[in-house]
Design a protein around this ligand. Structure first.
Ligand code: NAD
Ligand code: DAU
Length: 354
């Protein structure tokens, strides 16, 4: 039995689905179902006795302690977080609450549970914290990629809150001996990605005939990894990672935002051409830059490859095609997540470009 937090979100739900496709080991899935959590992602698991969904907050110590005592998981994987940089700029409080206070309370409950385990169960137990490359800050165009020893220099409320949680996880290992593992991954994309993030937003807006908003000059660089490759890396680190270590996860797919948006437009031109025969590129609109916008992220995942033999299965070309096809095949999912609160977010953030 493993306990996954945030397993109704983008990466968490992909992880739970992949886990149960490959393993008989049950999952307890604790998720607060914020705007980003969606039980539809897990619809194929309905009635599956290996999946136990619990609606709740990682900051609810009583609930977490009860779940740990009841299910006695051999591992806790913490995906739960507020994850969108732009939202952290508009309203940082929720990020402090979940990413820092929530992670702290989760660690406390796990520490208490771990302390009471018999010796053999202690040896097998793991706490895996899912984090981000954004904790390392921003790179210049000719800087080497982030390694596990790069200095923490978070620049947004989101990345600062994730950095704080990484430090807490580290401290619980050094001070209390909790058997922790941390992964710091680059930008993910793939199925079930909420359309507030660049790739699903552009696919959604393109098909809806809306502007494709590019912040600033669009030459910021991100290092893209297909979500299922992130999930396989997490499984591998859980299986064989060295206690107390951090592992960078990335796919060596550095692209400017403009390159990404052009690729998406060209792929949609091929797979779902516009009725008027024009390219989706005509919908591209340059908008005000994100405050404090990090220029470039790049991940050096050599440690994960060398120590644990992990490499990604997808290139950007293969992963992005699967992703675009998934969105074309699942209009109902997009329709359901883009009503209500999503519309308010667009208005607040993009104004007339929504
Ligand atoms: P997401 O926003 O899609 O999902 C987050 C999930 O956590 C949602 O289901 C939400 O309901 C849940 N949640 C939020 N607050 C909670 C709380 N207090 N208690 C319980 N559940 C709560 O995020 P994501 O993109 O799937 O990211 C998952 C994790 O991976 C995050 O920790 C994020 O920092 C990290 N990460 C994301 C990326 C990326 O590109 N998306 C890259 C590297 C690391
Ligand atoms: O690097 C890992 C991180 O990647 C994760 O930790 C975060 O949870 C995840 O949201 C992601 O952060 P980014 O800020 O890089 O992702 P986002 O999709 O929001 O933006 C990607 C790039 O595209 C970034 O340079 C900002 C730009 N952008 C984004 C949006 C939403 C635009 O130009 N226009 C947009 O409308």
């Amino acid at each position: 039995m493993i306990l996954v937090t945030g397993g109704a979100g983008f990466i968490g739900s992909n992880f739970v689905l992949d886990w149960l496709a490959q393993s008989a080991e049950p999952v307890v899935n604790l998720d607060a179902l914020t705007y980003a959590g969606n039980l539809e992602n897990l619809a194929t698991l309905q009635g599956d006795p290996r999946h136990c969904f619990v609606h709740g907050d990682i900051g609810d110590s009583k609930l977490v302690s009860r779940l740990l005592a009841e299910h006695r998981p051999r591992a806790v994987l913490n995906f739960a977080a507020e994850s969108h940089v732009d939202r952290s700029i508009h309203g940082p409080e929720a990020f402090i609450q979940t990413n820092i206070v929530g992670s702290f309370r989760l660690l406390e409950a796990v520490r208490e549970f771990y302390g009471r385990l018999p010796e053999n169960a202690k040896n097998a137990f793991r706490f895996l914290h899912v984090s981000t490359d954004e904790v390392y800050g921003s790179l210049a165009s000719d800087d080497p990629a982030f390694t596990e020893t790069s200095r923490y220099e978070p620049n947004s409320p989101y990345s600062a809150s994730k950095a704080a949680s990484d430090h807490l996880v580290r401290a619980y290992h050094h001070t209390y001996g909790l058997p922790v593992l941390t992964t710091n991954c680059s930008n993910n994309y793939g199925p079930y990605h909420f359309p507030e993030k660049l790739i699903p937003l552009v696919i959604h807006n393109a098909l809806a005939g809306k502007p494709l908003p590019i912040y600033g000059d669009g030459r910021q660089v991100r290092d893209w990894l297909y979500v299922k490759d992130h999930c396989s890396a997490i499984r591998r680190v859980l299986e064989a990672g060295r206690l107390g270590e951090t592992y960078n996860v990335g796919g060596c797919n550095e692209k400017t935002n403009l390159e990404v948006v052009h690729t998406l437009c060209d792929m949609l031109d091929e797979l779902r051409p516009r009725a008027d025969g024009q390219s989706y590129r005509t919908q591209i609109t340059f908008v005000s830059d994100r405050p404090g916008h990090d220029r470039r992220y790049a991940i050096d995942a050599t440690k994960l490859a060398r120590e644990l033999g992990w490499t990604p299965a997808e290139t950007f070309a293969t992963g992005i095609r699967k992703t675009v096809q998934w969105y074309l095949d699942n209009p109902a999912w997009v329709e359901n997540v883009t009503s209500g609160a999503y519309q308010q977010w667009l208005g607040k953030h993009y104004g007339e470009n929504a």
